[in-house]
Design a protein around this ligand. Structure first.
Ligand code: ADP
Ligand code: MG
Length: 692
């Protein structure tokens, strides 16, 4: 069936009924007078609606009449609608007369096309009230039956479906079937393909007898500019992260610029095989020059020349596997045409393009850098970032705390190499065990979703720009309710992907995932919290609650708790300058031994300030940290976490020393219980995935 833009309701209904979706029996008439005849075979009560271009929200325009007792009354109602619409600017093309479905619970089922993730399915309660209630659940299409059932369970008003205050339970299976018929494999959304922007059944009336779509709306075709999906030329990024030679294009002999800065970075990193490209100079900043990329025997070229010149430079890069365009001034400033030209140049030259508008690549083992100074020690954390600046901060601050990275890629505008492809590479990379993502607007969202579902290594994502919602021009309720934040939440649920909301939490989560990577702990939301102070314990409980973690009660046996302990979870124990450094170890070991279900995670916290108020040496605090380290060595099947509350109170250097002691034992440290709880919550999402 050929479906035009803003399709008439009866045409959409006929189309969806082909997918097994129940719609009211009905007929159409071109004029109000013909409605009586058209309604001949229908059983009252009847409904009459006008249709025509521009009639999107019919009842608002006065184009819907309900509860009509006979075909003649239906015809009269149609005439009244016509009279009401006269002069309103709306052209009535005809009338739909149909049987009125019995009342029930009204739900909305809709789909929109997200610009990067493709079709998204929405279900919500409330029929006409949905936008007010905003009680909706989302999934990326295609959905599974499990997704459909979970979507319904997620609704705050789900109890309405099960019968409320004497009303009978609706046929949930019929609604699940309808959701699958819309958003499942081979469903309405899939068969519409590119041919829609918004699709909506609102309302679907649910009763114990079934689910009937009494209204259907289809807007399209989609305004999608399909991305050119040329087959990737190379999936192997080994040389990107360990190039045997690097050429820098754009460094100046007179006025130091970004190119000169990068020459400096590579020299500081001790890179051998560095050349600068310059038409006349023999050397720049002590680096030998070649006149063009054509004469450079390198695996990687960094281009930092004005945007208009970049396509030409890239054309000269034939034979070089990877070219990074650092320059900005492309799609991000509205110059999409220039970016297309750049991509075409890269394709012509057979090179893979990183950027434009990106900082580059960092890999301590492979001599790649963009951060200045000496690279850190090689580690096992990989990062893909759509912001170069943020990636630099995560590396610098992370390394300061003791984290170590395998490979970091900033992708900028991702004209060619994008997050999805890099994620697939890191998923198989022997040097990487944990992957972090910073994303704003992944242009290959669909591929990223698929890659996220396929990767078995732990991944944590920080997504920026999620609050910038409502920019989507929407003609349907569904369209208005699918904000970016909701799409990401749906994706996170379907891909079992933990999301964090701050840069510091990304670092904290990566640290915990990396340090505890090898530990297989029981899959449960349980956490034990141990430390001094009543107030801190109460606040810790609140913080864990917010993070969705559970403070399971202590085992109900004699644990031989020390004097001054207040039993419970959080467990309050005296920790201070005069306390026993191994106290926390003894207590926690006893608890884990006695517990029927040992705690997967133990957060130990300490008030650093008290050690320097009631004492004057760091030694007891260092001894305490060593005690926590011992505890971790003892409990190999438990993730131990150390929180140094009020660490800023310690004399200079002490916090770093504490961190180093904990890290040596595999224990990550945080400055607040909130930060620790966020990282633990990320690990718990990861655990769930391991089980699945
Ligand atoms: P609108 O374009 O305003 O969304 P609808 O076709 O959804 O128009 O009709 C408005 C309301 O009338 C619906 O929300 C529903 O409550 C009711 N309605 C419409 N058609 C039927 C029908 N066949 N049976 C029962 N109720 C109906
Ligand atoms: Mg409607």
């Amino acid at each position: 069936m050929e479906l035009p833009v803003a399709t008439a309701e009866h045409v959409v209904k006929e189309f969806v009924s082909g997918f097994g979706i129940a719609v009211p029996r009905g007929a159409t008439a071109r004029s109000a007078e013909d409605v009586a005849v058209a309604a001949g075979g229908l059983t009252p009560p009847l409904v009459v609606k006008a249709y025509g271009p521009g009639l999107v929200h019919k009842s608002e325009a006065g184009a819907v009449r309900l509860g009509l007792g006979s075909p003649v009354k239906a015809a009269r109602a149609a005439a009244e609608i016509r009279a009401a619409l006269t002069g309103s600017g709306v052209t009535v093309e005809g009338y739909l007369v149909e049987e009125q479905a019995p009342p029930g619970v009204e739900v909305i089922v809709g789909a929109v096309r997200d610009p990067s993730f493709g079709p998204v399915l929405l279900v919500g309660l409330g029929g006409v009230w949905t936008e007010v209630l905003r009680d909706t659940a989302l999934r990326l299409c295609p959905i599974t039956e499990d997704d459909a059932r979970r979507m319904l369970a997620e609704l705050r008003g789900a109890a309405l479906l099960d019968g409320f205050r004497g009303s009978p339970a609706v046929d949930r299976d019929a609604l699940v079937k309808l959701l699958l018929a819309v958003g499942g494999p081979g469903g309405v959304v899939e068969s519409l393909g590119e041919g829609f922007t918004e699709f909506e059944l609102n309302p679907v009336i649910c009763t114990p007898e079934g689910a009937v779509a009494v209204d259907a709306r289809l807007l399209g075709p989609a305004d999608v500019t399909p991305r050119e999906c040329a087959e990737p030329l190379s999936q192997n990024f080994d040389l990107l992260f360990a190039p045997r030679g690097v050429a820098v294009v754009g460094a100046s002999t007179k006025r130091p610029n970004f190119g000169n800065m990068f020459l400096g970075f590579y020299r500081a990193a001790g890179h051998t095989g560095l050349v600068a490209v310059h038409p006349t100079a023999d050397e720049i900043d002590g680096v030998p020059c070649v006149p063009s990329l054509e004469g450079a025997d390198v695996d990687y070229a960094l281009v930092a020349v004005p945007a208009e010149r970049c396509p030409d430079v890239v054309r000269e890069a034939r034979g070089i596997p990877f070219v990074q365009v650092m320059s900005g001034g492309f799609r991000e400033t509205g110059a999409a045409g220039l970016e297309d030209e750049l991509l075409a140049a890269a394709h012509d030259a057979g090179v893979r393009l990183l950027g434009p508008n990106c900082m580059g690549v960092y890999s301590p083992a492979g001599g790649q850098t963009f951060i200045g100074g000496r690279p850190g020690r090689p580690g096992r954390i990989a990062l893909i970032s759509q912001s170069g600046g943020l990636a630099g901060e995560v590396i610098k601050v992370g390394e300061h705390r003791g984290l170590a990275f395998s490979k970091v890629a900033t992708v900028g505008n991702s004209a060619d190499v994008g997050p999805a492809e890099l994620l697939r590479y890191f998923a198989a990379d022997d040097d990487t065990s944990v992957i972090g993502l910073y994303l704003e607007d992944p242009r290959d969202g669909r591929a990223l979703f698929d890659a996220l579902r396929a990767v078995s290594k732990p991944v944590v994502a920080l997504v920026g720009g999620r609050s910038a919602q409502g920019h989507r021009a929407a003609a349907s309720h569904t369209g208005a309710m699918v904000g970016d934040a909701r799409v990401w939440e749906a994706l996170a649920m379907q891909a079992v992907l933990p999301l964090v909301t701050a840069q510091d939490d990304l670092i904290g989560a990566l640290d915990l995932l990396d340090l505890h990577a090898g530990r297989e702990v029981p899959v449960s939301p349980d956490v034990l919290v141990v430390g001094p102070s009543g107030g801190a314990s109460v606040l810790a409980a609140d913080a864990l609650d917010r993070a969705g973690l559970r403070l399971a009660p202590l085992p109900g046996v004699d644990l031989g708790l020390p004097v001054g302990a207040v039993p419970g979870n959080p467990l309050e124990i005296p920790v201070g300058p005069r306390g026993k450094p191994d106290l926390v170890g003894q207590v926690v070991t006893a608890i884990q031994r006695e517990a029927d279900r040992p705690y997967p995670d133990v957060i130990t916290h300490v008030n650093v300030q008290s050690f320097f108020t009631f004492g004057d040496s760091a030694d007891p605090l260092l001894a305490y940290a060593r005690g926590v380290g011992e505890l971790q060595r003892e409990l190999t099947g438990t993730r131990v976490i150390l929180v140094l509350r009020n660490a800023e109170y310690a004399p200079a250097g002490v916090e770093d020393e504490l961190r180093a002691i904990a890290r040596a034992a595999g224990v990550p440290t945080y400055r607040s219980v909130e930060a620790a709880a966020t990282a633990v919550a990320v690990a718990k999402v990861r655990d769930q995935r391991r089980r699945a």
